[in-house]
Design a protein around this ligand. Structure first.
Ligand SMILES: [Zn+2]
Length: 253
């Protein structure tokens, strides 16, 4: 039996004021923030506000019950998603948003096999220049939803002639299993007005609209084509429905 824990009342009141409960079909999302996050963006310091969220089956207005569980559930084993917000996101007339799928190899290592890292930084730059917006960083979207280990296997197949879509299918996955439901719920908790979506992928725009996102416009993000991702980007256009409307080629999305 876990030992009942009691937390310092000041600690609790500090946290309680920063946690928002969002009801879902499966339970609740606990959204924590805003937290000041100054970011080094191309050599300049840009102020963002950061929020992180956690899915939980238990719906409790008493946040102490949730905190009491944290130390025993090993959250580090399952990464949480988060969102970087810039400017007056709630009230701005027009706000840019991006739903960025986590890419361990591209975002962290700067892999040139895809252009995720480039897209992430460019979206942050767009949002900062526009003045208001949000970058959702979706932690359960690795490899279009197959996970990091399976992505490594898929890369081996890709090195042997399979394209990105076929590699996923050969491993028994659907090509794209990403779900945006939770992120949209979090977005709605932060902003009620329509948003402009940063994406090259019309299918993603459609999926988000069907999931209830109020999108007024789409802006595209092009660039960072190299010999290493040419084939990958070509597959995106030919097989995954991305439009190559910009200069150069399209990006992962
Ligand atoms: Zn990537």
């Amino acid at each position: 039996m876990p030992v009942a824990q009691h937390f310092d009342s000041q600690v609790l009141s500090l946290l309680q004021g920063k946690v928002k409960l969002i009801h879902t079909d499966k339970g609740a999302i606990y959204l924590v923030g805003p937290i000041k996050l100054p970011v080094n963006l191309f050599g300049e310091t840009v102020e963002f506000k950061w929020y992180c969220w956690l899915n939980c089956e238990e719906v409790a207005d008493d946040f102490e019950r949730i905190i009491a569980k944290l130390s025993s559930v090993n959250l580090a084993e399952m990464q949480q998603s988060s969102v970087l917000v810039h400017g007056d996101f709630e009230n701005a007339e027009h706000a840019l948003i991006r739903f960025h799928s986590i890419c361990h190899t591209g975002d962290i290592f700067g892999s040139k096999r895809c252009d995720c890292g480039y897209q992430l930084k460019q979206s942050m730059k767009h949002v900062a220049e526009h003045g208001s917006g949000a970058i959702f960083y979706l932690a359960n979207h690795e490899g279009r939803g197959i996970g990091l280990f399976s992505k490594a296997l898929a890369y081996i197949l890709q090195e042997n002639g399979y394209d990105t879509v076929d590699a996923n299918l050969q491993l028994g996955f659907v090509d794209d299993s990403r779900d945006y439901g939770d992120a949209i719920k979090v977005l709605k908790a932060l902003r009620a007005k329509p948003v402009t979506l940063i994406t090259n992928n019309p299918k993603k725009l459609e999926a988000l609209r069907q999931a209830g996102l109020d999108v007024e416009d789409r802006v595209q993000l092009w660039g960072d084509v190299s010999e290493y991702n040419e084939k990958y980007l070509k597959t995106k256009i030919e097989r995954a429905g991305h439009l190559n409307e910009g200069e150069g080629c399209c990006n992962n999305d």
